[in-house]
Write a protein that binds this ligand. Structure first.
Ligand code: ADP
Ligand code: MG
Length: 392
């Protein structure tokens, strides 16, 4: 893992001076609560130990320069003029960080340009939110350097706004909230209707996996099926239509106890399945949260596996690779497993006893090999800290 001094050195080698600060913001996995965000519902992410580190020095000439150790254009530096930033104007990876600076200025903060140097160990495009890690690192560093006084929740909202409006990706608030607001040893219960922690709904929930002798095994299938974006939009529209037919502001407003009656009122089987996933998924998030509050960590396993079945059968967003990874992990002794992220590939998580992690990962690798599929990438994680300053 690249440490903060190496990131500061990397900055110096590109820009020839020392950075003022080094910040990092993590990727995330969602323990449970998939596709509930745009239904105003509940989610339970943790931050990964994997993070994007960002070294920054402000500039006074209205120029923004960006370099990423992972950028596809190699050692290049992207140079932008602050006054020319408009949505859609910056193609490629630089749009994410530039979008945050644009969003800050649009929100009325007269922030200056800067030299930015990124180095990340968050797997990119694996459903682990490397994009939110980029954004939240920029938002937190600017907040610090310019004394903006924004809360982690406000920085998450601003980062989401940047991804929605500047990059043009219609993501929910999950990824940015996790990257900005998570805490070590904790999961973050998120109620999308009430994300300000002062209101008491969105809150930290103890998830001391290490203390319980558990780990979360993340297995990246390395698969991303092409129709994912269209399928996301279609599910989202379906949920909005179902809510309208039921006379509800959002599917979150349908209590679990009323699910069966509501399903009888919906004309299409497809809509019924969407509603069933969202309402049961919100209920699973609440049940998992209650178990964690009670310290019953192992008991959440079956709920994770149940959540996968719901995504596979009702929401229909899993695929052969994620299904095989989940089934194999459970058969090999995982306490529970599910696909995490938007679907059609990406990563799965499996809750495993620490000593079983290697065996479960090996079983999934063997199952993939038997299908002739590329070897998946796996690593274990524990709940880690949200965005934080590393230097000085
Ligand atoms: P995810 O957020 O799940 O990793 P996304 O498609 O939302 O997947 O975001 C991935 C994109 O974010 C990449 O294609 C790239 O443009 C950008 N990105 C993320 N991390 C980095 C990085 N360290 N360096 C350059 N670009 C990055
Ligand atoms: Mg992303």
């Amino acid at each position: 893992m690249t440490d903060q001094h190496a990131v500061a050195k990397g900055f110096e080698s590109v820009y020839g001076t020392a950075p003022q600060v080094v910040w990092q913001a993590p990727g995330r996995v969602n323990v449970i609560g998939e596709h509930t965000d745009y239904n105003d519902g509940f989610m339970l992410p943790i931050a990964l130990p994997h993070a994007t580190r960002l070294a920054v020095a402000l500039r006074e000439d209205g120029v923004l320069r960006l370099h990423s150790a992972q950028s596809p254009d190699g050692s290049g530096v992207t140079e932008l003029v602050l006054a020319e930033l408009v949505p859609g104007s910056v193609p490629g990876w630089a749009g994410y960080p530039a979008g945050v600076v644009w969003a800050l200025r649009e929100a009325g903060h007269d922030v200056p340009g800067a030299d930015l140097y990124f180095d990340s160990d968050v797997p990119v495009g694996a459903g682990l939110s490397s994009s939110a890690a980029l954004e939240c690192a920029v938002a937190a560093a600017y907040n610090d350097l310019c004394g903006l006084g924004m809360t982690p929740t406000q920085l998450a909202l601003l980062s989401q706004h940047a991804e929605n409006e500047f990059v043009g990706v219609p993501c929910g608030i999950l990824d940015q909230l996790a990257s900005s607001c998570c805490a070590e040893g904790m999961a973050l219960f998120v109620d999308v209707r009430s994300i300000d922690p002062a209101e008491g709904r969105t809150r930290q929930v103890p998830l001391d996996l290490a203390g319980a002798g558990l780990v979360l095994l993340v297995i990246d299938t390395l698969v991303k099926h092409a129709h994912a974006d269209g399928a996301y939009a279609e599910r989202r529209r379906g949920c909005e239509k179902a809510a309208a037919l039921l006379g509800l502001p959002a599917l979150r407003d349908l209590p679990y106890a009323d699910l069966d009656t509501a399903l009888e009122r919906l004309p299409e089987a497809g809509l019924r399945a969407l509603v069933r996933h969202i309402v049961t998924e919100d209920a699973r998030v609440e049940r998992v949260t209650a178990l964690l509050d009670a310290g019953e960590l192992r008991a959440i396993g079956p709920l994770l596996t149940e959540g996968h079945a719901s995504m596979r059968d009702d929401y229909r967003i899993s695929c052969a690779e994620t299904d095989l990874a989940v089934d194999t992990a459970v058969a090999a002794g995982a306490l529970g497993a599910r696909m995490t992220g938007g679907g059609f590939g990406g990563s799965i998580i499996a809750l495993v006893e620490k000593d079983d992690a290697d065996g479960v990962a090996a079983a999934v690798r063997e199952a993939f090999a038997a299908q002739g599929w590329a070897e998946p990438r796996d690593f274990t994680v524990v709940p880690s800290a949200g965005a934080r300053r590393l230097l000085p």
